[in-house]
Write a protein that binds this ligand. Sequence first.
Ligand code: ADP
Length: 401
Amino acid sequence: MSKTMAINAGSSSLKFQIIEMPEETVISKGLVERIGLAEGNLEIKYTDAEGQSQKFTLTEEIADHSRAVELLLSNLLELGIIQDFEEIKGVGHRVVAGGEIYKESTLVNEELIKNVEDLAEFAPLHNPAEAVVMRVFQEKLPHATMAAVFDTSFHTTMPAENYLYSLPYEFYENYSVRKYGAHGTSHQFVAHRAAEIVGKPIEDLRIITCHLGNGASITAVKNGESIDTSMGFTPLAGVTMGTRTGDIDASVIPFIMEKEGISDINEVINIFNKKSGLLGLSGVSSDMRDVEEAAEAGNERAQTALDIFYNRVIKYVGQYVAIMNGVDVVVFTAGIGENSKETREIVMKNFEYMGVKIDSERNNTRDEAIISTDDSTVTVINIPTNEEIAIARDVERLKAN
Ligand code: ADP
């Protein structure tokens, strides 16, 4: 039995879980937020010696990621969640951009950290913070096995016809402009779980995984490998999301800049990333629950936002059925995928032509379950994703090597 930390660092936050391995029991989780702002927060959830669930919170200035890690580790000791840093035998770091270099999870060393820094132009908000956090953990927990788990690794198997844009080829050769995708850890995790559930080798299956959270992406998995995914050069592409546009005609950019008197193109990209999607369309919220509620109450824009979201998911699933010449399993996961039975039902209704049948009773669930009928030509499964467990498993695997 040993403790592994799964770390997910962003530009101003750091989420963590401590997982007892190989049992995969989560003994503590929480986050540090508002790093670099006047009032930072630390929140740690854990179970105390009497078996009671506890939540520890602290508010103070947390100047940088180094301080965030220090504060987190010292409070883990003080709360008695760990007795000694030596207990933490492994640390897995989620890294957003691994470019074409990292095809799988990799042990952290100085070269890797440098590469993560160099890849910052593909994930300017995430990679620099992740590099800093890896360095701090190396310093504080030098004995621990440390691995980087990349969001992009699973998608490095895509063929050129799916990862290349129809741009001058030199842009790919000179600047590595291509589709990288994201959410790879989640797509890989649920695809493998789906194969276990249907009891067939993943190599024999055509799977479409729909990770529908605040960020959303859809992946075609053939022979156990990602062959196409809806996110692109960055997570902006693909289906409509909480606040992101998904796919859009690039000509809209100069047009909006002129009409709105915007001179900085980054402002437009910011609108596409943060003010569009369900939020921009509905004018209500980026949160699916709020949009569903507003639509229910008769808000037409909210209903249109929902219709567009469903429509984009349907179109991507349809594309992936086409490129794989059929599909054996469709998986729904993440906040919306796991919880919104309406989304699952509405999306899959469009595939009745190929013999897909959803069982309404089975679909009334938030847990892992097959939600299609026994005679459905395609098995449709709801699978809660668990990126932290996937990260901890990769650390264990690398530790054993
Ligand atoms: P993130 O990408 O931030 O990890 P999550 O996977 O947590 O996102 O998903 C968040 C989304 O899931 C939000 O849009 C939220 O409204 C949606 N969601 C959560 N619960 C439900 C529910 N019961 N019904 C519909 N949507 C839900």
